[in-house]
Design a binder for this molecule. Structure first.
Ligand SMILES: [Zn+2]
Length: 99
């Protein structure tokens, strides 16, 4: 339960994209930036590592243009957490924005 609270909006956003396909730290920084969140490698990479430690993401490395890139994908556990989060977000939105 605590872990879910700690995950926060950024983590939920990462799970959303990582459940649809593989994501990189760079992609997530650009994506969060597009939504108005200012992030840096110093925040996004520790978040991705933490989520992998929690078993929500798994990663693999690939060489792209001669550089090693780490790709993250949601695990079944991550997808379950995302579904729970969606329910909570739906509830919250209904209450805040009105029925
Ligand atoms: Zn997004």
């Amino acid at each position: 339960m605590m872990k879910r609270v700690i995950l926060g909006f950024m983590g939920i956003h990462v799970l959303h994209h990582a459940s649809k396909g593989e994501v990189t730290g760079k992609f997530m920084m650009e994506e969060l930036g597009r939504h108005g969140y200012k992030t840096s490698p110093g925040t996004i990479y520790p978040l991705l590592h933490r989520m992998e430690d929690m078993g929500l993401l798994r990663s693999r490395t690939e060489v792209r243009n001669g550089r090693r890139v780490r790709l993250y994908r949601a695990t079944p556990k991550g997808e379950r957490l995302l579904e729970e989060a969606k329910e909570r977000i739906r509830e919250l939105c209904t209450e805040i924005l009105g029925e």
